[in-house]
Design a protein around this ligand. Structure first.
Ligand code: NAI
Ligand code: MG
Length: 354
């Protein structure tokens, strides 16, 4: 196999971000060579510290540099000392928009041995892939405020839905559904109330669905979907949904599959016109930062999503297998391991499979 060098930008960020990213990188180094990949990493100091020191979140220069990479691995940004929204909008959302990360991919999968709060449900019942739209919807930043601070204040926050934007994410979701054994796609929206946007999503799903006769299509209102995540998660295989709905239902997804320490995500530009960005769903967890208590598993599973995206599915499966084995052992023996001890064990498991 020819060796391929991947230019990886690493943004550890704040709090536990750098701690979990360090373990993700160790697992990556352990698995990559056997699959013909070598990673050339560049670390970027972005997040709260940078903002306090310089007032910058992301400069045009740094954005330009990041653009020259093949992928980005991010820990988390955010700190109680920074006003809420500054780093989220200035860094995370900016990168998602600038790099056209229109697919926000969030697997919701219960691994064997992991405790779920749902009674009588196991790994066979919870195995879905949520494809959340990442660049439009209410997160697009359209809207405004009038007469701020007065009793007559008006605030609007528009939901942006373009035919192009909806179609490209729906197309991606159909392609994913077609690859999976169940071949089922559920559109999650609220088309009875959000009639204009909902109609666009519905018509787009119907139109693209004609190209995928092997995929069965279902529809669920988002409020019903929230309920089904809890009482009938087995209904879902691949879900495609709007930016806001996807944000919310994937938190329920994390809660039913072992919590935030395990939930992975990818901000993907499928055409590779820009680097895609992989990150755990969780934040910087200032309450446990610097104590070696953070679970690096969500980051390691995000590394697996990155390997898939980079065209190394065998490497991705190996990382997931190592995580699955580790979680089963944890279930039997309990675990009080530190962040780096979990990393050690995952590295050893990945190496053993080779
Ligand atoms: P959080 O996800 O950082 O923490 C929520 C709870 O989960 C905390 O009790 C934390 O200790 C725990 N937790 C999180 N990750 C864990 C891990 N890997 N292992 C073990 N326990 C873990 O969410 P929170 O507290 O609402 O936000 C903290 C900061 O992170 C805020 O500044 C927020 O804006 C930011 N944030 C950043 C995100 C990102 O960079 N993508 C996403 C979510 C929040
Ligand atoms: Mg969220």
């Amino acid at each position: 196999m020819g060796e391929r060098t991947v230019k990886l930008a690493v943004i550890g960020g704040d709090g536990i971000g750098p701690e979990v990213v360090a373990e993700g990188l160790r697992v990556l180094s352990a698995v990559a060579p056997a699959h013909g990949l070598s990673f050339e990493t560049t670390h970027y100091d972005l997040g709260a510290r940078r903002w306090h020191a310089t007032g910058e979140t992301l400069t045009d220069e740094v954005e330009q540099e990041l653009r020259g990479h093949d992928a980005i691995l991010l820990g988390a940004v955010g700190d109680p000392s920074v006003p809420s929204g500054v780093l989220e909008r200035g860094l995370l959302l900016r990168l998602r928009f600038a790099f056209s990360h229109y697919v926000n991919l969030r697997p919701v999968r219960l691994y064997p041995g992991v405790a779920t709060p749902l009674a009588d449900r196991g790994p066979d019942d919870i195995d879905m892939l949520v494809v959340r739209e990442g660049t439009e919807g209410p997160y697009a930043g359209m809207g405004g405020v009038l007469r701020k601070g007065t009793p007559d204040e008006i605030a609007t926050q528009d939901s942006v839905n373009t035919r192009m934007g909806v179609e490209r994410v729906v197309r991606y979701a159909f392609a994913k559904a077609a690859e999976r054994p169940r071949k089922k796609l559920t559109l999650v929206h609220k088309d009875n109330v959000l009639t204009y946007a909902g109609d666009l999503w519905q018509r787009t799903v119907r139109a693209v669905g004609e190209e995928y006769p092997q995929v069965s299509v279902d529809y669920s209102h988002v409020d019903a979907a929230a309920m089904f995540f809890v009482n009938q998660p087995e209904r879902f295989d691949v879900i495609v949904t709007d930016n806001l709905f996807g944000d919310i239902i994937t938190d329920i997804g994390a809660a039913i599959t072992g919590g935030i320490g395990l939930a992975a995500s990818g901000n993907i530009n499928p055409e590779n016109a820009f680097p895609s960005m992989f990150e755990p769903v969780h934040g910087s967890a200032p309450d446990i930062a610097g104590q070696g208590k953070a679970d690096p598993t969500a980051t390691v599973l995000s590394v697996a999503l990155m390997l898939d995206h980079l065209g190394a599915p065998e490497a991705a499966r190996r990382v997931e297998q190592a995580v699955a084995e580790d979680l089963e052992v944890r279930a039997k023996e309990g675990s009080t391991r530190s962040t780096s001890q979990i990393g050690d064990d995952l590295v050893a498991r990945v190496a053993r499979q080779g």
